[in-house]
Design a protein around this ligand. Structure first.
Ligand SMILES: C[S@@+](CC[C@H](N)C(=O)[O-])C[C@H]1O[C@@H](n2cnc3c(N)ncnc32)[C@H](O)[C@@H]1O
Length: 237
């Protein structure tokens, strides 16, 4: 998969994708990250990329022409996903990440300042996503959040292919189960006995009950779309 970031602050992206799992994903060839700056496509001597809003008001708006030229230079294939980061977009979630993990080429358009000229949204983007109902200074962090959620789903990126199967919001749509490791006793706080006894059937049942319990206590709204078995329904009742 190739992932491009069109951003005025490429160093924010480069620093974030270098370490840890994203860095290893790039070294292994599972993904290729690139950044490009609309500033390189500005035509005046000040390399202007923004201007005051038509109609007045505070702040500066990123220009459509420099964003379009940066995008054109990337020569995206027909089926590329061109994702505009925008607080007015569709809420990004695990289902969207799973769907995007099938793409060959993703391009994130990162707004900054007061936002991007609306013509980017209407004429250039294929998808418009927000990461939540709050406003950040720029689209770099939202783009990185989405990129991370997608890349960890690519084959071979996580050490154990199973390791995202039981994650919160994956597959069955429930929250994940609680995890413990050594020490078995930390300042008087122990670990559930069942996890230490090696009975894999009992462990699986305990984990499933915990998923159901956690979801009911913290996020009952998730049950509306959860994939429950007859056993799950009996446990819940
Ligand atoms: C300060 S925000 C602009 C907010 C815009 N004036 C509004 O009211 O919707 C600047 C840029 O940050 C990005 N951004 C900020 N919050 C975001 C969020 N929750 N999700 C996705 N992108 C966001 C977008 O690219 C946006 O163009």
């Amino acid at each position: 998969m190739r992932i491009d970031f069109v951003t005025l602050f490429p160093e924010m992206i480069q620093d974030a994708v270098r370490p840890s799992i994203l860095g290893r994903a790039q070294s292994s060839g599972a993904v290729q990250f690139r950044t490009s700056s609309p500033r390189d496509f500005a035509t005046d001597k000040h390399r202007t990329v923004d201007d005051t809003p038509y109609g007045g008001g505070p702040g500066m708006v990123m220009r459509v022409d420099v964003v379009a030229d940066a995008l054109r230079f990337l020569a995206p294939p027909e089926n590329a996903r061109i994702i505009l980061t925008d607080p007015r977009g569709e809420r990004f979630n695990q289902k969207a990440a799973e769907e995007l993990a099938n793409a060959n080429h993703i391009i994130f358009l990162c707004g900054h300042y007061e936002g991007i000229d609306e013509r980017v949204r209407v004429h250039l983007a294929t998808d418009i996503f927000t990461i939540g109902d709050y406003v950040l200074t720029g689209g770099e962090l939202p783009a990185l959040v989405m990129c991370d959620a997608v890349v960890r789903l690519l084959p071979g990126v996580l050490g154990d292919e199973e390791s995202h199967r039981d994650d919160s919001h994956s597959n069955d749509g429930l929250l994940g189960f609680p995890l413990y490791t050594r020490p078995a006793d930390w300042e008087g706080h122990g670990v559930p006995e069942v996890l230490k006894q090696g009975d894999h059937g009992a462990i699986a049942r305990w984990r499933r009950r915990e998923q159901l319990r956690e979801t009911r206590v913290r996020r009952p709204d998730l049950f509306a779309r959860a994939d429950l078995t007859a056993d799950d329904i009996e446990v819940l009742s």
